[in-house]
Design a protein around this ligand. Structure first.
Ligand SMILES: NC(=O)c1ccc[n+]([C@@H]2O[C@H](COP(=O)([O-])OP(=O)(O)OC[C@H]3O[C@@H](n4cnc5c(N)ncnc54)[C@H](O)[C@@H]3O)[C@@H](O)[C@H]2O)c1
Length: 311
């Protein structure tokens, strides 16, 4: 970032972007949205993004000053209509009020949250109770409030913000560095999608096949090999067959079954049968250009020992 350049994602940088320049095209004109925890962080960014897409946004938070600042920022956001963000000062532990607030919304973003990490014996019980109220119970009540309208009109979107800890528990909070790595990987995937003209799509490094190896922060080479040719490796190991050698010879001979049989000194029917077996293991499209490239790379990596258990 050069001197005078705005930090990517900052209000200043967002305001400088031409309308419609976001990675994901989104048109929410005529829609209403409700974002909880909108006074700061991720909720604030969601509220601004939804407003930029044309939605009228109800911004819920207990932090009145933060909401006022958000309304101000929305006024500077390209695409957001005047008054697009309406502040709603509310403590979500008031569950009845939360449910009422969600009535009639088209897009609900359950984002408000509290983070306190302590060993159990030091964790204040009242905070624990508040966490349970604000994080699982208030979203339930908000969804309960929002669903009738969504069902009635046959359209609605609910986004529940979570954490990697929603998928995998950890004894300690993710350290800053640990959180940065998946973010950086996600960023690389997003940049790759944009470069490939697939802005607006979603993808993880795995979805890019071998390109994912280049994109992934921690290159999962063994995982790539297993995903790509694992069934063939396992079949050879189980049955003592020579499918991998056949594939090597097949690729070395420019994918010619005749030259492969010469290379392996077997009958051409044997080559055909082995390739049929490979198709059954990897799927009929394994010789499509994209997959063949991946299979060849996986074979080479496998020969270099990139499979669990190999030296
Ligand atoms: N930032 C991260 O790295 C991260 C990681 C994992 C999960 N999350 C989750 O994503 C969500 C947003 O994260 P963030 O970093 O933007 O958080 P943040 O702390 O910056 O913002 C949370 C917002 O929720 C509001 N809030 C808290 N309790 C409330 C209540 N009782 N009533 C009304 N508003 C209340 C706060 O005032 C604040 O504005 C949270 O649910 C958080 O747990 C964030």
């Amino acid at each position: 970032m050069g001197p005078g350049e705005a930090r990517p994602g900052s209000d200043h940088e967002l305001a400088q972007r031409p309308p419609g320049s976001y990675a994901t095209a989104l048109d929410l004109r005529g829609r209403t949205a409700l974002v909880t925890g909108a006074a700061g962080g991720i909720g604030r960014a969601c509220a601004l993004r939804l407003a930029a897409a044309g939605a009228r946004v109800g911004a819920v938070d207990r932090d009145a000053a933060g909401l006022a600042e958000l309304v101000d920022a929305a006024g500077r956001t390209p695409g957001a209509a005047g008054g697009a963000v309406e502040p709603y000062v509310l403590d979500l532990t008031d569950l009845d009020a939360a449910e009422r607030a969600a009535a009639g919304t088209d897009v609900l973003v359950n984002n408000a949250g509290i983070q306190l990490v302590r060993p159990i014996e030091e964790f204040p019980p009242d905070v624990f109770h508040t966490v349970l109220t604000v994080m699982p119970e208030a979203p339930f009540r908000l969804i309960r409030g929002a669903l009738p309208h969504m069902y009635e009109q046959g359209w609605g979107r609910i986004v529940n913000m979570s954490s990697v800890h929603g998928l995998r528990a950890s004894a300690h909070p993710a350290r800053r560095e640990a959180a940065r790595r998946p973010y950086a990987e996600a960023r690389r995937c997003l940049d790759a999608l944009n470069l490939l003209g697939r802005g607006g799509d979603g993808a993880a490094a795995d979805d890019f096949g071998f390109l994912g190896l280049l994109l992934a922060g921690e290159r999962d080479v063994a995982g790539f090999v297993t995903r790509t040719i694992g069934p063939v490796v396992a079949y050879d190991e189980r049955r003592g067959t020579e499918l991998l050698d056949t594939l090597d010879a097949y690729f070395a001979s420019g994918m010619s079954p005749v030259r492969t049989k010469d290379e392996l000194h077997v009958h051409v029917n044997t080559v055909a049968q082995r390739l049929e077996r490979v198709a059954r293991l990897l799927g009929d499209d394994w010789q499509s250009p994209a997959r063949v490239l991946e299979v060849q790379l996986a074979l080479r990596l496998h020969r270099l020992g990139a499979l669990p258990g190999r030296g």
